[in-house]
Design a protein around this ligand. Structure first.
Ligand SMILES: Cc1ncc(COP(=O)(O)O)c(C=O)c1O
Length: 366
């Protein structure tokens, strides 16, 4: 068996040691007589797994006590609908900043439940940058301001060096889709009212979604809805209102333990910055053979779209990359070209291998 370096945008690569531990525990979890997937979610075994996962995630991300952590199913897309249902009053508006495909998805899911104000958009420029904070036309009585922290397809990311503390939205809470950048660098959670992310890129396998929300926001009445769509009810039920995705939650827990053991988010921030710098330098230093079109101030550290100077070479690039043990580099169909997703679990060695391959490909097909 030889595992390739997997640049998939999500579901994405996981650490080999985590996969091996899951394999070793598949038949029997810690002398319990059964696999963790076979235990009741209400039994002591899974309750322990769930509690450890939450405590470890709180430690990893320095989540303050006045924030609840929910482990839900339905993916980030479901949260995009649940957010206005729970946190906007009937007839209220909410402010959305549009910086790429996933901002637009957030609006699409929210529209049935809230009056959406698009307060700024970088669509006219093809989503190659993010609207400057000074251009956001925030409303006075919005329920929240929604941003997409990292645009997985367009490869733009709110960088602290560019935005600093200017993301402050005053009395209106800031909500952020962190699906493709959660736990990739230290962030100050207290600056946000709510953060959500599907696990399948930076935290573990697909099937479990993390919602981190300031507890006092859950006192908002929101709109008429069933219990199963209610964050406060999920919190009261410890994310077990119905049968939760136990296997995915367990895998997330293993992955978070791995991240803590490797040095936590500060260490991943270092590695992620190193990987992104290596790849952007290779693209920018290729004399135009490869190009990335994003404003360097907001280039994503996680998802790096790039194009070959001649798209007739795309097929050979992908085939030869695969033969060299580098998989899932095909760009999203909305953009074409290539995309390398280099989340927490992608080792620096994977990016070095990709860079070496790109240089070799250029020398052979130049
Ligand atoms: C930034 C972002 N938001 C939302 C989604 C949708 O997530 P899900 O498929 O978990 O609903 C994705 C998926 O790739 C994403 O990258």
């Amino acid at each position: 068996m030889s595992r390739a370096f997997n640049f998939s945008a999500g579901p994405a690569t996981l650490p080999e040691s985590v996969l091996l531990q899951a394999q070793a525990e598949m038949l029997e979890w810690r002398d319990s007589g059964a696999s963790i997937v076979e235990h009741s979610h209400r039994g002591p075994e899974f309750i322990q797994v769930a509690a450890e996962a939450e405590a470890d995630l709180r430690a990893l991300m320095s989540i303050p006590d006045d924030y609840a952590v929910l482990f839900l199913s339905g993916g980030a897309t479901t949260q995009q609908a649940l957010i206005p249902l729970n946190l906007a009053a009937p007839g209220q508006s909410a402010d959305y900043v549009v910086s790429g495909h996933w901002s637009k998805t957030a609006i699409k899911q929210a529209k049935p439940y809230v009056a959406v104000n698009t307060v700024a958009s970088s669509e006219a420029g093809g989503f190659r940058d993010i609207p400057a904070r000074s251009d956001w036309r925030l409303s006075k009585d919005a329920a929240y301001v929604h941003i997409t922290a990292n645009e997985t397809i367009h490869g733009v990311e709110y960088r602290p060096s560019h935005y600093g503390d200017t993301l402050d939205t005053g009395d209106t809470p800031l909500f952020a889709d962190f699906s493709s950048s959660i736990a990739s660098e230290p962030i100050d959670i207290s600056k946000y009212g709510l953060i959500y992310a599907g696990a399948q890129k930076n935290l573990g396998p697909v099937g479990v979604t993390v919602v981190i929300v300031r507890r006092e926001l859950l006192e908002r009445a929101g709109q008429p809805r069933a219990d199963i769509f209610t964050y406060a009810a999920h919190l009261k039920g410890e994310s077990m209102l119905n049968t939760p995705p136990t296997w995915n939650w367990y895998m997330l827990g293993l992955n978070v333990k791995w991240m803590l053991a490797e040095g936590g988010v500060a260490e991943f921030a270092r590695r992620n910055a190193e990987k992104a710098a290596l790849l952007y330098a290779a693209i920018d230093g290729s004399g135009g053979y490869y190009r990335n079109e994003v404003d360097p101030a907001v280039r994503s550290r996680m998802n790096i779209p790039f194009f070959l100077h001649d798209d007739a070479l795309d097929k050979s690039f992908l085939a030869e990359a695969k033969a060299a043990g580098l998989i899932a580099l095909k760009g999203h169909r909305a953009l074409g070209g290539m995309r390398a997703s280099i989340y927490n679990a992608m080792p620096v060695a994977g990016v070095k291998a990709l860079v070496a391959f790109m240089q070799d490909f250029q020398s052979r097909h130049g």
